[in-house]
Design a protein around this ligand. Structure first.
Ligand code: GRE
Ligand code: ZN
Length: 329
């Protein structure tokens, strides 16, 4: 059975240097995760080493995306320049390995007037979708300055993956302090804060009427829907108060795809299938931060009710969403 993984991270050394050089309050501390163990070497590799890791896990196609925080914290001009550089390099990796790689583009979110243009340029280079974050500086993803980006994504059929990022400095000070530095960082990132940040961004987009203006727009959320899938009873009440034409559950079932990000837990699958449909669930590992073995993956796939459902999750849904043609490669 073909296996496509859609949240497989890489880094561009020049971008890492620019992010690391940012002044203290703006520097994203989660960059430290890229330096742990052999992560940096794995992240920089868009060739043989990555393909060997995919082979060992039984992954046929990896959809590449930069690690957080992409280029979004950079000043506008630098964000534009490095987004273009990242998109050119990833497109080149896909050209070199057309049967093994696809790519999500990186967008200069700190320069809102350039976002739709770079999405279009990247789509022209062969990028199959894009990955963004819930906020750039103080500008949320649901800010009207990004509406032409969402219009372009819907028109081009480019799904928008909203990836977690570290909460703003103000939010970190208000909610994530009072522990040892490593505990504070873990609390603000993979232990909690990242996921709340992505969930809030998705919920704000729904509340802003984004999917009423752009009904064809498709969003991808990692980590089984970033907690939102567990909060639909409450969020549906929110939609009623906000006077939305549809429930949050309804937007989730028509405008959102959900990926595993390496969390291969059958209880999460069971819950996801109770609130959305199997055609909206997609495999990913969140490489190299999670690296489930071939056996782990195989065991998880055993929890689907039928071969047809297994195949949808493993490849058919991703192939359809991202226009990945597996036959001609
Ligand atoms: C992620 O992309 O989700 C991620 C990182 C770094 C550490 C853990 C993690 O980028 O899940
Ligand atoms: Zn990730």
């Amino acid at each position: 059975m073909t296996l496509i993984a859609i949240e497989e991270h890489w880094i561009l050394p020049e971008l890492t240097a620019a992010l690391t050089a940012m002044p203290e309050p703006l520097r994203d501390e989660s960059l430290a995760f890229n330096e742990m163990g052999d992560h940096r070497q794995r992240l920089e590799d868009l060739g043989a080493g990555r393909i060997a890791a995919m082979d060992a896990q039984g992954i046929d196609v990896s959809v590449l995306a930069l690690t957080p925080p992409g280029t979004q914290p950079l000043p506008a001009a630098e964000a534009v320049r490095l987004s273009r550089a990242a998109n050119d390099l990833a497109a080149e990796a896909v050209r070199r390995h057309p049967t093994r790689f696809r790519s999500l583009s990186t967008l200069p979110m700190s320069s809102p007037q350039d976002v739709a243009g770079e999405l279009e340029r990247a789509a022209g280079l062969g990028h199959v979708g894009t990955m963004v974050y819930g906020r750039s500086g103080d500008t949320f993803l649901d800010d009207p300055v990004y509406d032409d980006f969402f219009a372009a994504a819907a028109a081009l059929g480019q799904p928008v993956f909203i990836h977690p990022q570290i909460p703003s400095p103000a939010l970190r000070d208000a909610s994530y302090r009072g522990f040892a530095p490593t505990t504070e960082l873990a609390l603000a990132t993979f232990g909690w804060g990242w996921h709340l940040d992505a969930a809030t961004a998705a919920l704000r987009l729904i509340l802003r009427g984004t999917f009423d203006r752009h009904p064809d727009l498709q969003i991808v959320l990692g980590h089984w829907g970033e907690m939102l899938l567990f909060w639909l009873d409450r969020a549906d009440g929110l939609a009623r108060v906000a006077g939305l034409p549809r429930s949050v559950s309804d937007y989730i079932r028509s405008n959102f795809f959900i990926t595993t990000s390496g969390m291969l837990n059958p209880a999460l699958l069971h819950h996801a299938l109770s609130v959305t449909t199997v055609d909206r669930l997609i495999f990913s590992t969140d490489y190299p931060f999670q690296h489930p073995s071939k056996e782990d993956i195989h065991a998880f796939l055993g929890h689907f009710a039928s071969d047809e459902e297994r195949q949808r999750f493993s490849s058919a849904n991703a192939a359809a969403l991202y226009g990945i043609d597996l036959s001609g490669d």
